[in-house]
Design a protein around this ligand. Structure first.
Ligand code: NAD
Ligand code: DAU
Length: 351
């Protein structure tokens, strides 16, 4: 029995389980726990049934294709559910800069639909998965849970709004909500628009690696399964109404990541191409995870260099997975986006 009265028989609803982190969570959770799992995912460009291959044949797993903004689909998926782990979101910062509307719809309205349904279904725990980006740039020191929210992109602003909405359901209705805020994830099955899978796959294709601005932006990297293990700890024992930071304590500049990838793949430095910066680009994120470490006994276990080397190897030996994505509908979108970056002149504003 965990805080919030979860039991090992309870059915768990995972939203966004066909995405990168959601599918890692479903795999890790089902390997460790006996609970039945329902995955609810609308299969946007980022959702991929191949990510769930490991669990699709299991009788304890059910997949429901549906939109979190659709109350009837959510009601259907939430029947008999004891706890919700909410990953579903629009997640790419560059896309949010191009078009914020879908970010507001999915991340804010969709979270609201889920919270209302969770009240009706009397769920015992609602884990809202959020991001370190809600704190904004941290030029020195580390973000703590009590820190100010200062989101700088439409993506992070939509996540901050959804965090506050989720926490308001605890304060107002007593819904047992817990919010997690994690740093940058990497690992297998990450959509190849994000830095690490984009750069690995471009290097494998001998295509340029588009480094935004000076490349000295810092992110706090965490291996995806470490994040999933942290969410599992929060699901069972996290205190309702609380926020838990989850960080990898591996602050790295983008150019360090780029060089690591090129070296591992034996590709030349000439593939690096500095392009127009991302507008409103946050200079550095860095997380203080001491709360979850002290309270729930979690800490990141994976060695960063080993996990990144294994991740590079995964993309090298699973080329069918990302080549299918890169040669499909996504190709037109990305080529247009990339051409814009190349054509752009001086750097955008930096936070
Ligand atoms: P992703 O883009 O890989 O996957 C998102 C999933 O949500 C996809 O399967 C997609 O089909 C689904 N989805 C999108 N809109 C939906 C809708 N309206 N209804 C149902 N399903 C929908 O994202 P990710 O990187 O796995 O991120 C998962 C969560 O973790 C997000 O909430 C994100 O904000 C958070 N997060 C991500 C990171 C990171 O580094 N990637 C770090 C911290 C927190
Ligand atoms: O910090 C957690 C967040 O990490 C999550 O909440 C987001 O969902 C996730 O997308 C990620 O956001 P970032 O913007 O940090 O990730 P991204 O991979 O897009 O970029 C990482 C860094 O690399 C950032 O400084 C921008 C830079 N970059 C990115 C791309 C795609 C480049 O230099 N070139 C690129 O082509």
């Amino acid at each position: 029995m965990g805080r919030g009265y979860l039991t090992k028989e309870m059915k768990i609803l995972v939203t966004g389980g066909a995405g990168f982190i959601g599918s890692s969570f479903v795999r890790c959770f089902m390997e460790k726990r006996q609970n039945p799992v329902v995955t609810l995912d609308s299969l946007t460009y980022a959702g991929n049934m191949a990510n769930l291959e490991a669990v699709l044949g299991l009788p304890r797993h059910t997949f429901v294709k549906g939109d979190i903004c659709d109350p009837s689909a959510v009601d259907f998926a939430m029947k008999g559910v004891g706890a919700v782990v909410h990953f579903a979101a629009e997640t790419h910062v560059d896309r949010s800069i191009d078009d914020s509307g879908i970010f507001l719809r999915t991340n804010v309205v969709g979270t609201g639909v889920l919270l209302d349904a969770a009240r009706r279904h009397n769920v015992k725990k609602f884990v809202h998965v959020s991001t370190d980006e809600v704190y904004g740039a941290v030029l020195e020191g580390y973000s703590t849970e009590g820190g100010h929210l200062h989101p700088n992109s439409p993506y992070s602003a939509s996540k901050a709004a959804s965090d506050l909405l989720a926490l308001s359901y605890h304060a107002t209705y007593g819904l047992p909500v817990v919010v997690t805020r994690c740093s940058n994830n990497f690992g297998p099955y990450q959509f190849p628009e994000k830095l690490i899978p984009l750069f690995i796959s471009n290097a494998l294709e001998d295509k340029p690696l588009p480094v935004y601005g000076d490349g000295l932006y810092v992110r706090d990297w965490i291996y995806v399964d470490d994040h999933s293990r942290a969410v599992d700890r929060v699901l069972w024992d996290g205190r309702a109404g609380e926020v838990y930071n989850i960080g990898g304590t591996k602050d790295k500049a983008n150019l360090e990541i780029t060089d690591f990838i090129l070296n591992k793949l034996g590709k030349p430095a000439s593939l690096k191409k500095h392009v127009q910066d991302r507008p409103g680009h946050d200079r550095r994120y860095a997380m203080d995870s001491s709360k979850i470490e002290k309270e729930l006994g979690w800490r990141a276990e994976c060695n960063f260099e080993e996990a990144l080397a294994q991740t590079i190897e995964w993309y090298r030996s699973n080329q069918g997975w990302w080549r299918t994505i890169k040669s499909g509908e996504y190709r037109n979108y990305y080529e247009k986006f990339f051409a814009g970056r190349l054509a752009g002149s001086s750097a955008g504003s930096v936070n």
